[in-house]
Design a protein around this ligand. Structure first.
Ligand SMILES: Cc1ncc(COP(=O)(O)O)c(C=O)c1O
Length: 487
């Protein structure tokens, strides 16, 4: 019997033997009803005292793995089911569970745009579009808010709270959205969530039945597309141009829900034009559709006046407005908000309560103070200045090194821009060449739902100092030496 015992381990030998035998039983190597060697023989085989073996057998008997028959020896209990255990199943190679399509696929789920990417991260110059200057966060202020909360408000922190969110935070968010985005809401319509991703998940739970048609932008945010597909929505990708999503295609499409990033289309950077906003709202009104407005980074606009939110333009309760603190503060915070039409609040909050009860209160309390005391908007202003300079550095570097071969689009807002490739090399080849030179740039492909797009890169600048940006682009240009322009 192959059982490994090791005297140097802190576990007593009888316990090691017990474990070895138990595993052999569970894995089916000692089958139900099978006879075990006598304690004397096993003790000799394993160079143990007989007492040690008796102790192990005794425990296994007490727990029902073995049955002792007087005068005849010890047997594996025949009451144990034949195909009993995870180990046995594993041994037989049977351990597969059928999952819903789309999750855990062998293809990487999200190869760009997200920190969990398999793209060439870890290179010295990383233009990752999801990276911000998280180190610019006022950690000292946060620490003070935290200390104050534990000193004065800690009892409230410890109990279950309102699944719709911490009331003072909902009020701060409603006031901020009214001031800065012309969103029309009261705190009652604001629900705090664990980021946009959860808001979308809850909306899908509440609204989508398998087979429902859901429109998304193409290119668009892969995590949202995949999430909706995981709820078995039928995805209708709608093309995007310099004025945002082609909303006319929604007419008589049978779409129930349209997901858009109107202030800053992800990833092209287009802003949905006013005529298209109006026709999107007309579609929702006339055909009973619902628009989900993902306002993920509207705090960062550098050129032109931002258009107010779509939600503020709508007077008929057909828009859900989603926002997140992931980009404007930092992504691991996992706090965002949904502003819902009144009739959707209850089912949405019920779904939230069913899935995770509530968003952790401590973070909500600190955020309420952070917004209420003006730290949030101060931080936003500071980051806007910083990101504006970094964006400028990237645009200038691209223009000075690669103007004939790359065209910058969507640089007027956000934390990334897009460059269309005007050269005799496609995006994958460019990404590979760049990686060899220590520069991570990201192909546009994964953002597209349909094939055949023009080669392009998505380049983040928010997380990199200006000198590093300049040097990274110089290296990229060097890596592309000799690659000819092609219009
Ligand atoms: C288009 C888009 N929406 C939303 C988010 C934020 O998602 P979450 O709030 O779940 O972090 C991101 C972040 O990368 C994004 O790119």
């Amino acid at each position: 019997m192959a059982i490994t015992l090791d005297e140097s381990l802190p576990l007593p030998l009888y316990r090691q033997l017990y474990e070895g035998l138990r595993r052999a039983i569970l894995a089916g190597r000692l089958p139900p009803g099978g006879k075990l060697p006598s304690t004397r023989i096993l003790a000799r085989q394993l160079s143990l005292s007989r007492n040690t073996v008796c102790q192990a057998y005794g425990e296994l008997e007490a727990e029902g793995y073995l049955v002792g028959r007087h005068g005849s020896g010890s047997y594996v209990s025949s009451e144990l089911p034949e195909e009993l255990t995870p180990e046995a199943e594993e041994r037989l190679g049977l351990r597969s569970v059928e999952t819903r399509p789309g999750l855990g696929a062998s293809e990487p789920r999200n190869p760009a745009g997200e920190p969990h990417s398999n793209s060439p991260r870890g290179l010295p110059f990383d233009f990752h579009p999801g990276q911000g200057a998280w180190d610019g966060f006022p950690a000292g202020t946060w620490r003070r808010l935290l200390a104050r909360q534990w000193r004065h408000g800690w009892r409230e922190t410890m109990d279950y709270g309102d699944p719709a969110g911490y009331r003072p935070l909902r009020e701060e968010v409603a006031a901020y959205l009214a001031r800065s985005r012309a969103v029309r809401c009261t705190a009652d319509e604001v629900v705090i969530v664990n980021g946009t991703q959860q808001a979308l998940d809850l909306l899908a739970r509440v609204l989508v039945v398998p087979g429902d048609r859901v429109a998304v932008e193409d290119p668009g945010y892969p995590s949202a597309r995949q999430l909706l597909a995981s709820h078995r929505a039928q995805i209708l990708p709608l093309e995007v141009d310099q004025d945002g999503m082609l909303v006319d295609r929604l007419r008589e499409s049978g779409v129930k829900l349209a997901l858009v990033t109107p202030s800053h289309q992800f990833p092209t950077g287009a802003m949905l034009s006013l005529p298209r906003r109006l026709s999107l709202l007309a579609w929702a009104r006339n055909e009973g559709g619902l628009v989900v407005e993902d306002d993920y980074d509207s705090g960062f606009r550098y050129e032109g006046r931002p258009l107010d939110s779509l939600q503020g333009l709508d007077g008929t309760g057909r828009v859900v407005h989603l926002g997140s603190f992931s980009k404007v503060l930092f992504p691991s915070l996992r706090v965002g908000y949904a502003v819902l039409p009144p009739g959707l609040v209850r089912p949405f909050v019920e779904a939230k309560e069913l899935t995770d009860r509530q968003t952790p209160i401590l973070e909500q309390q600190l955020l309420a103070g952070f917004l209420g005391e003006g730290h949030f908007e101060r931080h936003l202003r500071r980051m806007r200045q910083l990101y504006r300079r970094r964006r400028q550095a990237l645009v200038e570097a691209l223009q000075s090194h690669l103007a004939a071969r790359m065209q910058v689009i969507g640089a007027s807002a956000g934390m990334h821009l897009m460059v269309q490739l005007l050269m005799s090399m496609d995006e994958r080849q460019v990404v590979e060449r760049a990686a060899c030179a220590g520069v991570a740039v990201y192909p546009a492909g994964p953002y597209y739902a349909t094939p055949g797009h023009q080669s392009a890169l998505v380049m983040g600048y928010a997380g990199m100092a200006e000198e590093r940006i300049a040097e990274g682009v110089a290296r990229l240009a060097k890596a592309l030496d000799g690659v000819t322009a092609q219009r």
